[in-house]
Design a protein around this ligand. Sequence first.
Ligand code: NAP
Length: 347
Amino acid sequence: MKVAAQKRYGGPEVIEIVDRARPVPGAGKVLVEVHASTVTLADCAFRKADPFIVRFFGGLFRPKLDVLGDDIAGVVAELGPGVTRFAVGDRVHGCTGASLGGMAEYVCVKESAALVKVPDGVELLPLGGMSYAYLTAMPFMRDEARVKPGDRVLINGAASSVGAMAVQLAHHFGGEVTAVASGRHRALVERLGADHFIDRQQADFTANPGAYDVIFDAVGKSSFARSAPALRPGGIYLTTVPSWGIFWLMLTGGKRGGKRGRLATTGLRNEVDKLNDLHILNDLLARGVLRPVTDRVFPLDQIVDAHRYVEREVKAGDVVVAMPVAQAPLLLTSATEGAAAGSAIRA
Ligand SMILES: NC(=O)c1ccc[n+]([C@@H]2O[C@H](COP(=O)([O-])OP(=O)(O)OC[C@H]3O[C@@H](n4cnc5c(N)ncnc54)[C@H](OP(=O)(O)O)[C@@H]3O)[C@@H](O)[C@H]2O)c1
């Protein structure tokens, strides 16, 4: 089978397509024929070991986890002994878990992992990027921001993978959503449910005193100190990206002037919580409440280009990598917009 592997940390060019033996699922594991995975900024961080802390998870001197890819959509190809939750032929999506390895034609995943069957009628390929976006945005919107009807919610980086999902979720929870993005992404975020739009190149969202109950910086480009004036008293600032400023705030009580600030590490949540949330995602997908947002689909043999593109930080929604089994027929339809539940939105 083909996998995208790297022998050393570095730029996109360290990734090579190599042949490996197809793995055999052990007890309690399933073998998934991967149809799609995704490349995210988190994958780029692991690829280059930047920030340095990545080396404590991924290998100090060289990558132990030499095949990236935590998020997959595919078809169960083989069952290990004792597996009862899945059957051969099930269409599935979710996370491979801490060992990664999803950027491959096949990967073994624990039956207990955050992996669920795909609802009928939902297209498989765009789901390759959706669990990453959803499993990040959902805990931020539901558990940290606790968005409720009428809340004024600002999403900075509203067209990013995480931001595009946060806009849909905040809208679903009844929030009045202000999306901050480049002007070229206005139509997209409005289709996702944004009530108001701020073009980040024309205006500064922090210049609206007391305007928001929640500010969620999906791309971590702002700071609590700059954003706090735009929060109402008791409001909360949330960010996906660590900084000394947010660490210091959280170490010293998490509040300044009656306004709160938090970083959450959603990627480190346990498998059971992620699995439960994927069941909720399936319900929202089946009802057409949430839709994947696909920017581009790269075939596996263009994985280096996919990394280069993601690192430019211009994408809207997800970059999906299609495995050879999926790419030929599905490329034509994966990025088209449709009103049906489960269809992807073209970014
Ligand atoms: N805390 C956690 O557990 C956790 C989990 C997952 C991901 N993350 C982090 O979350 C961040 C977002 O990930 P993602 O995959 O959603 O990002 P992404 O899709 O790669 O973000 C790309 C978007 O960022 C926007 N952008 C670029 N520069 C900007 C700026 N200066 N100000 C505002 N927006 C800007 C651009 O949109 P416009 O051109 O429209 O502005 C672009 O479309 C990453 O840093 C990732 O590592 C954290």
